[in-house]
Write a protein that binds this ligand. Structure first.
Ligand code: MRU
Length: 370
């Protein structure tokens, strides 16, 4: 997608030195646009854990490139396999909820296991990293094409003059993937097709990915949006101001239970109560084919309390971090919640739209039947 008219992906190999990876460092967006160069596994693990990169698809792509760096490091060590294994573990421990992380790491390990020499393992690691990234981008583009039809249907029903009002939570935009985004892909596709769309963007406390990232992305693409506080959605739905809730997901069980940024569950409840369709967009890399009870089985990341007790923003031209709560205030920081499948109207995948249940999901992905 474009930043000030220039096309970017969120992660790529440095052109002048293919032993280094470059990312958009998302921590200070939208106030600062910084490119970070990453040359070793420890830095990649830190970038994932401290959320220089974030979002399910991008975490997977970063893990893919991280394993390429791991192969380079292993080739300079005394024991290739042991070095690779410890890099794999270090990357795996960075963030627990988004399943794309383990999926990409395992795909890399399986690819490297098929080769024997370190040189061949490095070669397969880089081509697999590119494959993961390219696939992520093309799957998101397909999600956009399928989701566009859903938006078109609503627009037709509204007579094509009035905007289709879409509420989204957190950032499942191109910044959370390699390109296009999951929840935003249909929105960009609809906007590009000339359909009138307007997005209500939940600010998404505590890290404000909606206010900082989704608002910035939509603005860069010229999509009309309104930033709202996290608790506004229910009120808007009661007053008929939301036609569709569209979110991403960090892990979706094969039963259709959806883990997404904390607060998503409350939006799904409000949508159900008000008869507003609640759709979740995801590439197949975000399905957990082994989990059925999302609430019981999906690990929920808990992050530093200071993300709740402090907030970051621009003040007199400089980025500042300010305390919000009393100094001694205890806090808890649950980063994700699980929306049960019964509240999800449908899933938008790269292969089409299905219902949030095992039969319908496996109907689109029959090769995953056991
Ligand atoms: O904690 P983050 O920023 O990595 O969380 C991920 C998210 O932005 C959302 O939960 C998103 O809707 C799903 S990721 C495509």
């Amino acid at each position: 997608m474009n930043v000030n008219g220039k096309p970017y992906r969120t992660i790529w190999l440095k052109q002048s030195d293919e032993r280094q990876v470059q990312i958009i460092d998302q921590r200070n967006l939208p106030h600062e646009f910084n490119i970070e160069t990453i040359g070793n596994v420890a830095s990649m693990a830190r970038a994932i854990q401290e959320m220089h990169v974030r979002g399910a698809g991008l975490i997977g792509a970063a893990a893919g490139y991280g394993m390429y760096l791991a192969a380079l490091e292993a080739s300079e060590s005394d024991d290739f396999d042991q070095s690779l294994e410890s890099s794999y573990q270090a990357l795996k421990e960075t963030r627990p909820t988004a399943v794309n992380l383990a999926w990409a790491l395992d795909r890399q390990m399986a690819a490297m296991a098929r080769e024997t020499s370190p040189v061949d393992k490095i070669a397969i690691a880089i081509s697999t990293a590119h494959e993961i990234a390219d696939e992520d981008a093309s799957f998101c583009a397909s999600i956009g094409r399928h989701g566009l039809e859903l938006i078109r249907e609503i627009s037709n029903r509204k007579g094509n003059a009035e905007s289709v009002n879409i509420l989204t939570h957190c950032n499942a935009g191109w910044l959370a993937f390699v390109d296009h985004g999951s929840a935003t892909a249909p929105i960009y596709a609809a906007h590009d097709a000339g359909l009138p769309v307007h997005v209500y963007v939940d600010e998404t406390r505590p890290r404000n990915q909606g206010a900082r990232l989704t608002a910035w992305e939509l603005g860069q693409h010229g999509v009309p949006y309104t930033l709202i506080a996290d608790n506004v959605g229910g009120h808007l739905m009661q007053h008929g101001k939301v036609d569709l809730v569209l979110t991403g997901t960090d892990r979706t069980a094969v039963s259709g239970d959806v883990a997404n940024k904390i607060g998503t569950y409350l939006k799904a409840l409000a949508a159900k109560d008000n008869g507003v369709p609640f759709y979740v967009a995801l590439p197949s890399s975000t399905f957990d084919w082994n989990i059925r009870d999302g609430v019981a089985e999906i690990p929920i990341e808990q992050r530093d309390d200071e993300e709740v007790t402090f907030a970051q923003g621009l003040c007199d031209g400089a980025l500042k971090r300010v305390r919000l709560s009393p100094e001694s205030s205890p806090a808890a920081n649950y980063a994700f919640d699980v929306t049960p499948a019964r509240l999800v109207t449908g899933l938008i995948t790269e292969r089409g739209i299905c219902e949030a249940n095992e039969a319908s999901i496996l109907g689109l992905f029959p090769e995953k039947r056991v």
